[in-house]
Design a protein around this ligand. Structure first.
Ligand SMILES: C[C@@](CO)(OP(=O)(O)O)[C@H](O)COP(=O)(O)OP(=O)(O)OC[C@H]1O[C@@H](n2ccc(N)nc2=O)[C@H](O)[C@@H]1O
Ligand SMILES: Nc1ncnc2c1ncn2[C@@H]1O[C@H](COP(=O)(O)OP(=O)(O)O)[C@@H](O)[C@H]1O
Length: 268
């Protein structure tokens, strides 16, 4: 069975407070985009794990696909071993949630393939144990998220009439480090309200707290945002803790765009 874990962007992100558990209370809007990995799960198998495409750093035993299988195995002793192949295409550690998406799709694939009977709510609980933005990919539609990012309220947000340009400069930003550079504060205007405004207004009213935290250490990132606006973006921002950027453009207006940065550029 082959599935295609998609990525996400954050439309606004406010770090509201520091929690006793060391995480931060945040508010954000997660939105899915069709930039995907490919994940093949073969049964029966012997819990092999192979990859192609972008090299995933770290020990493959720590891969979120295997972590997802082991998490379910704790509760489903009869869960069969499978062979896993991951073709990695979503830039890693980019603020696009690629690893979290792989984990969420793995949970769902195992649930479906072996008819485990796990409800959507239970899948969200399992996903939250694998990462803060993993639960989003169980829902996998526009949501307003709070908590660590796992408390989700669907929002009526359809951006299918727009085109997207993703720019990834290849700068790895450690999410924990980025959080440490932010002073939490309660936002004046909740994202739940500002996201309801027309996209044309978002430049003035929607922000990502990670930009001010990260730009001083990486000034080239601010230039990407300027480049997207200069190319005609109606809204441009860093996604999550970065370093990927998203630009929202009028539909079918991006074919001739030249984001001549030498960075990875995805037109969606
Ligand atoms: C903050 C977001 C916004 O989407 O950043 P991106 O990953 O998208 O860039 C995500 O929620 C990240 O989710 P995820 O990447 O799964 O982070 P985790 O592995 O859960 O946590 C990595 C580290 O980030 C910090 N962290 C993460 C989430 C949160 N609400 N508060 C935190 O303080 C913690 O220091 C934690 O150890
Ligand atoms: N299947 C996977 N894909 C990407 N990264 C993974 C995967 N499994 C584990 N990781 C680890 O997760 C981190 C990147 O997660 P990712 O979701 O791509 O970041 P972000 O949330 O910033 O977009 C890296 O430390 C990487 O080693």
């Amino acid at each position: 069975m082959i599935v295609f874990p998609n990525c996400k962007i954050n439309l606004g992100l406010h770090v509201v407070s520091k929690r006793p558990d060391g995480f931060h209370e945040l508010e954000t809007v997660f939105y899915p985009l069709p930039l995907t990995d490919a994940l093949e799960v073969i049964s029966p198998g012997s819990l092999s794990f192979t990859t192609s495409g972008i090299a995933v750093p770290g020990n493959s035993a720590d891969n979120l696909c295997l972590k997802a299988w082991r998490l379910l195995k704790q509760d489903f002793a009869d869960l069969p071993e499978v062979d896993i192949h991951l073709h990695k295409h979503i830039p890693i550690g980019a603020g696009l949630g690629g690893g979290s998406s792989d984990a969420a799709f793995m949970l769902q694939t195992l649930n479906n393939r072996f008819q485990l009977g796990i409800s959507k709510e239970q899948l969200i609980t399992y996903a939250a144990a694998l990462g803060s933005d993993c639960p989003f990919f169980i829902e996998n539609k526009a949501v307003y998220a709070t908590g660590r990012g796992e408390i989700m309220t669907p929002v009526n947000l359809d951006l299918s009439s727009w085109s997207f340009v993703l720019v990834y400069p290849g700068i790895h930003i450690n999410t924990g480090w980025a959080f440490s550079r932010i002073t939490p504060k309660v936002p004046v205007l909740s994202l739940r309200d500002s996201i309801a405004q027309p996209v044309e207004q978002w430049r003035e009213i929607i922000s990502n707290d990670f930009e001010a935290a990260v730009f001083p250490a990486h000034p080239e990132l601010a230039e990407i945002k300027d480049t997207l606006y200069a190319a005609g973006a109606v809204y441009a921002a860093m996604s999550g803790s970065g370093s990927a950027f998203v630009g929202i453009f009028p539909k079918n207006s991006i074919a001739g765009i030249d984001i001549n940065t030498g960075y990875k550029v995805f037109m969606l």
